[in-house]
Design a protein around this ligand. Structure first.
Ligand code: GCO
Length: 255
């Protein structure tokens, strides 16, 4: 590690759901802090294009295309990254999706899809990463929760349940892995302008409701999540464990 508190020089980080949006923004911020970032998503083409773009900026990146809902693929991915880069220091479980429907219109398959994408994937990858990190006595695992880890709104049942589960998983993993030198934390992003939220941003009523509801009076830019990831992954976050860091413009602490 470098002298700088926030340096990630020499660190290897895997970020799931990193082909766009919050995952890509966090990966880019960590690469700018010196890390080698391994970008995961399903599409190799999209990832390769982003890897090229980051390398063009002088950053260190590689692609790990796999589907986080495929448990076998997740289990193989960690040793493959260790083989390619020598180790894995940081895991960010960010991959997620959304489904907005009134409760009685939900199909069980939609529920399982949300659970597998957000929560089961984080359990499987977290376990696989821990198998590598425990013998080394070092690691940082960051779960991307949501303000929906704590709050709720109608229609987003699977998302809210899965994000609440991720915060629970963060706590059990932090309790068990803390003594082994592995810090496990969660980030709770508020309302960011991402592809996943296009329907909300393009709904004038919802958009302006958010602007009134959030103390900072605006939506967030994905780049505004980078600092939180770098902090929790770096030396600066060495004694932060089992914490849920809200990056939400003050939303969860106000009415
Ligand atoms: C929704 C949104 C949200 C937010 C966000 C807050 O439909 O409510 O997709 O869930 O974007 O996740 O963290």
């Amino acid at each position: 590690m470098g002298q700088d508190l926030f340096s990630l020089a020499g660190q290897v980080a895997l970020v799931t759901g990193a082909s766009k949006g919050l995952g890509l923004a966090m990966a880019e911020a960590m690469a700018e802090a010196g890390a080698t970032v391994v970008l995961n998503a399903r599409s190799a083409d999209t990832l390769n294009a982003e890897v090229k773009r980051l390398e063009g900026k002088g950053l260190k990146a590689s692609a790990a295309p796999f589907d986080v809902t495929d448990a076998e693929a997740c289990k193989k991915a960690i040793p493959a990254i260790v083989e390619r880069h020598g180790k894995l220091d940081i895991l960010i479980c960010n991959a997620g999706n959304q489904h907005r429907k009134p409760l009685i219109e939900w199909e069980l398959a939609d529920w399982h899809n949300l659970m597998n994408t957000h929560l089961t994937s984080a359990f499987v990858l977290g376990q696989a990463a821990a198998k590598h990190m425990i013998p080394r006595g070092y690691g940082r695992i960051i779960m991307i929760g949501s303000i929906m880890s704590l709050l709720a709104r109608p229609t987003v049942h699977g998302y809210t349940a899965a994000k609440s589960g991720l915060w629970g998983l963060t706590r059990t993993m932090a309790a068990e892995l803390g003594p082994k030198g592995i810090n496990v934390n969660a980030i709770a992003p508020g309302f960011f302008v991402t592809d996943m939220n296009t329907a909300l941003v393009e709904n004038p009523e919802f958009k302006s409701w958010i602007e009134k509801r959030v103390p900072m009076g605006r939506w967030a830019d994905p780049k505004e999540l980078g600092g939180a990831a770098v902090f929790l992954a770096s030396k600066a976050g060495s004694y932060v464990n089992g914490h849920l860091l809200a990056v939400d413009g003050g939303l969860v602490t106000s009415v």
